[in-house]
Design a protein around this ligand. Structure first.
Ligand code: F55
Length: 844
């Protein structure tokens, strides 16, 4: 009998997988374990991926289009198997072969380690961007670090966070291609003589390519990560002298550089090693791109028409000095020409206004580790200030300053009037890259964000409100000088991972309803669901899918923490890094309020209450004491609530440890309401809010970050909005000393948390932190937002009783989520910042 083409492909896939199991994994297909089957399938998929990858890269070499290089210290990729199989369109071919092995794709995928090379939103955004860059067939690569240990694994010990290393590479990594022959030298320390840097130490940056398949295209992009290796592996002479640890010392020291991801997320950092990591990957990335550029171009002046480097936050911004160094010291360009190229090639994204997360490196630290870079930074700064000084002094005298510099001139005039000793210098100091540390006299710091803005063609924020705030605060003076450099690019998330693949039930229903699956690449089409939002039959299907997803989440909770949660309860989720500004403690205050209400209610009243399952997940920075206390607050309140017979199934409180990408892929589809409750003006954007919205999960939130735009797209009336406005934050913070929460429920909660229900003193610091106004505490204004938050919580309960009304809103959320695809976001970056155009391999 003649086999059809499809059957033939299936048979080939099966043969390939069996070969891999036999010869790569080295086991018998009859007795294959889930891990071995995963390895066999993954190594087979890898070959398909590499075929398409090689074709794409060869085509791009031939066409020589302009490239985007996304420089990021973090890429939070999660797992790859399902994404690769689906993006490559292999589910048909591979599905049957996998079943024949006795597994499902989902089971095999669960064998894969997460690539957790990121802390949170910033790292996951970079991962979503790579997916969209490939999907839009934009010539582009990501560049970062191949950390041997990613984000720490979180456990719980007595309800407190415990941390252990993330050994994600122990089973090997089928998704990377080691390029041991492709290594760049990276120098540290030493001195500068006659303008030439002689580093005292050198290491190699060895490239590992991670192919990134686009969706619905043959394009496969690349994430090139660097591993750090010593110049020489082993000192045989030392070994022979019996100095065994000296023999391998260089290797150990070098390997430290790419050993761990700093689990910082806005607090504390281990100085020198982190700066080493930054120059390490940025220098390797720039050497790599320049080497490729030079193969086909002679004139460095053409670089801006062939390459754009997008710097993801301040972590890669040493790149400003590094690109200058490479152009001047290696390529022999004059300063002016090098500066012109640099400022046309670099672009910068800011992700936070939190002062502690805006990197400022001591001049002494950079000067020691990177003396040539420090020289360059000083020169950039002095030329920059000199150019301002010239313009300003010309204007101070004139009666009617006309251009953008009038503000600078105004500042100088102000300083003149106040009889400041040196008014011009006082005003100009505000613009300087090098500033004095306000807390340590005499210590000079390099403000990396300022250097990035000065050295880039554009600076952008990540949501509309955030992009406005940075123009009014951290970059105010720079904005006034060059308003045209400042842009907004509201974040987005990939609809492949975050809807199509993580929620196959809903995805199928959407495709059936819209008549095609085109929405996966054109999410605007999701708006077509609006007209079904009142359709009772459709609502019923929508609800039954949610129920299945809730069951999946309930199973996960049971297996991870042993708590049984009922599926008829409202699933309420807050998953994100644990931080005071994100206010997980405000969430817990409302949980305590609910608990006290249940305790006070009669059996009749209890029957009318809406049962709730509150799920919290997230990691606290290892040095962030208050955030760790907030985790303990969740687990301790959970212990009390979950075992109280008066409460029963009316309330369950779950802390899910070790939150990561693959956990989110189960939690998001199963959530019914999600919390995005940061103090207005503090969350730059948020991106999980977009994932929940796509999956039809309602939002309770402040008018902060992208919540504002989500409300615009899905209807503010459909969101549970509460809290003070960002524009009032400054004033309210000033007024804290005279502020008192009048709501009696607040005091009851504070009393409960400091009562004998908990270990003596356990939550005293946490309570004082928000409640001791004699010390002007409550920086994040929990007290100000408390009552309004509880009002919004009541609205949630009320609406849940009307399941049709609830489901209608849920549908409208998904329908309004099209804008938040990272495809839209990347298309804007490509057109408005990068000037990079699609270049797709033609189908042969
Ligand atoms: C990591 C390391 C340092 Cl040193 C500082 C910050 C971080 C980090 O993880 N930041 C981060 O995740 N920022 C988030 O970026 C997201 C993407 O733009 C935003 O949505 C989110 O609001 C912001 O907090």
């Amino acid at each position: 009998m003649q086999l059809t083409r499809v059957d033939q492909q299936k048979q080939e896939a099966e043969t390939e997988i069996l070969r891999k199991i036999a010869y790569q994994v080295g086991v018998d297909a009859e007795t294959v374990t889930a891990q071995q089957a995963y390895q066999g399938v993954a190594w087979t998929v890898r070959e398909r991926l590499i075929d398409a990858f090689n074709k794409t890269q060869a085509y791009w070499r031939e066409k020589d289009p302009k490239f985007i290089y996304y420089l990021s210290a973090e890429f939070l990729m999660g797992r790859t198997l399902t994404n690769a199989v689906n993006n490559l369109g292999l589910e048909g071919e591979f599905g049957e072969a996998i079943r024949k092995l006795g597994y499902s794709l989902e089971e095999l995928q669960s064998q894969e380690q997460n690539a957790s090379l990121g802390n949170g939103g910033l790292g996951r955004l970079a991962a979503c961007f790579l997916d969209s860059i490939a999907t839009l067939s934009l010539p582009g690569w990501g560049y970062g670090i191949r950390y041997r240990y990613g984000m720490f694994r979180q456990g719980l010990e007595n309800g407190f966070q415990s941390e252990s290393p993330d050994t994600w590479l122990t089973n090997g990594n089928p998704w990377e291609i080691p390029r041991r022959d492709l290594a760049y030298k990276i120098g540290f320390y030493g001195s500068v003589q006659d303008g030439k840097w002689q580093p005292a130490e050198q290491v190699y940056a060895v490239a590992y390519d991670n192919p990134i398949p686009g969706y619905g295209t043959k394009t496969v992009g690349n994430l090139r990560l660097f591993d750090c290796q010593p110049m020489s592996e082993f000192k045989l002479a030392s070994f022979n002298e019996g100095k065994y640890s000296e023999a391998t010392e260089d290797k150990r020291k070098a390997e430290d550089i790419s050993a761990v991801l700093y689990p910082n997320d806005a607090t504390e950092y281990g100085r020198e090693l982190r700066l080493k990591q930054q120059i390490f990957f940025v220098s390797a990335a720039m050497q790599d791109t320049l080497a490729r550029f030079k193969k086909t171009h002679k004139d460095m002046k053409e670089l801006p028409s062939k390459a754009c480097f997008q710097m993801n936050d301040t972590h890669p911004t040493i790149g400003v000095a590094e690109l200058m160094r490479l152009l001047i010291d290696q390529e022999g360009l004059q300063w002016e020409a090098a500066w012109d190229i640099t400022t046309k090639t670099l672009a910068f994204t800011n992700h936070t206004v939190m002062p502690e997360a805006l990197e400022k490196w001591p001049v002494a630290v950079i000067g020691k580790l990177l003396p040539r870079h420090m020289e360059i930074i000083e020169k950039i700064d002095s030329i920059w200030i000199e150019s301002l000084r010239k313009k300003v002094t010309a204007q101070v005298g004139s009666q009617s300053p006309k251009n953008a510099l009038e503000k600078v001139a105004g500042a100088v005039k102000g300083a003149l009037e106040e009889k400041t000793a040196d008014p011009v210098e006082a005003a100009l100091a505000k613009y300087s890259i090098i500033t004095e540390n306000p807390w340590e006299k005499g210590v000079k710091l390099v403000n990396m964000a300022f250097m990035a803005t000065i050295g880039s063609k554009s600076t952008n924020g990540v949501a509309a409100i955030h992009s406005e705030i940075i123009k009014e605060t951290i970059f105010k003076d720079f904005y006034e000088l060059s308003p045209e450099k400042f842009q907004n690019k509201t974040n987005g998330v990939t609809p492949r991972r975050w809807l199509a693949y993580c929620n196959p039930g809903l995805s199928k229903l959407i495709t059936e309803t819209l008549g095609s699956n085109e929405w996966i690449a054109k999410t605007d089409q999701l708006a077509g669901l609006r007209k079904f939002s009142d359709d009772k039959a459709f609502q019923k299907k929508w609800r039954s899918i949610k129920l299945e997803n809730k069951q999946r989440l309930a199973d996960l909770i049971k297996s991870r923490v042993g708590i049984s949660v009922p599926t008829n309860a409202l699933y309420d989720v807050q998953i994100k890094r644990i931080h005071e500004y994100k206010r997980q403690h405000l969430n817990m205050f409302s949980v305590v309020n609910r608990y006290l209400n249940i305790k006070a209610a009669s059996p009749e009243e209890r029957k009318k209450m809406v049962p709730r399952v509150v799920v919290i997940g997230g990691k606290a920075a290892s040095a962030y004491v208050m955030a760790k206390k907030m985790i303990k607050l969740v687990t301790a309140v959970g212990e009390v609530v979950n075992k109280d017979p008066d409460v029963g199934d009316l309330l369950k409180v779950v802390f899910l440890p070790d939150y990561n990408v693959s956990l989110a892929e189960v939690i998001v589809p199963g959530a019914e309401v999600s919390q995005h409750i940061s103090t207005a003006g503090t969350e730059a954007s948020g991106t999980s809010n977009m994932k929940f919205q796509m999956n039809g999960c309602l939002i309770i939130g402040t008018m902060d970050g992208a919540n504002i735009e989500i409300a615009q797209e899905s209807g503010k009336e459909n969101m549970f909005v509460f809290g003070v406005d960002a524009k009032d934050i400054g004033r309210l913070r000033e007024e804290r000393k005279n502020f008192k929460v009048e709501d009696p429920r607040w005091n009851k909660i504070m009393q409960f948390l400091t009562s004998s229900t908990f270990e003596a003193g356990l939550f005293q610091d946490l309570v004082d932190n928000v409640n001791d106004m004699s010390k002007a505490n409550d920086w994040f204004l929990l007290g100000n937002d408390f009552s309004d938050y509880l009002r919004a919580q009541d609205e949630i309960d009320a609406l849940y009783k009307d399941q049709d009304a609830w489901t209608k809103r849920s549908i409208l959320y998904t329908a309004g989520s099209g804008f938040f695809s990272s495809d839209r976001c990347i298309d804007q970056y490509a057109k408005e910042i990068w000037d990079v155009k699609p270049c797709e391999v033609p189908s042969s």
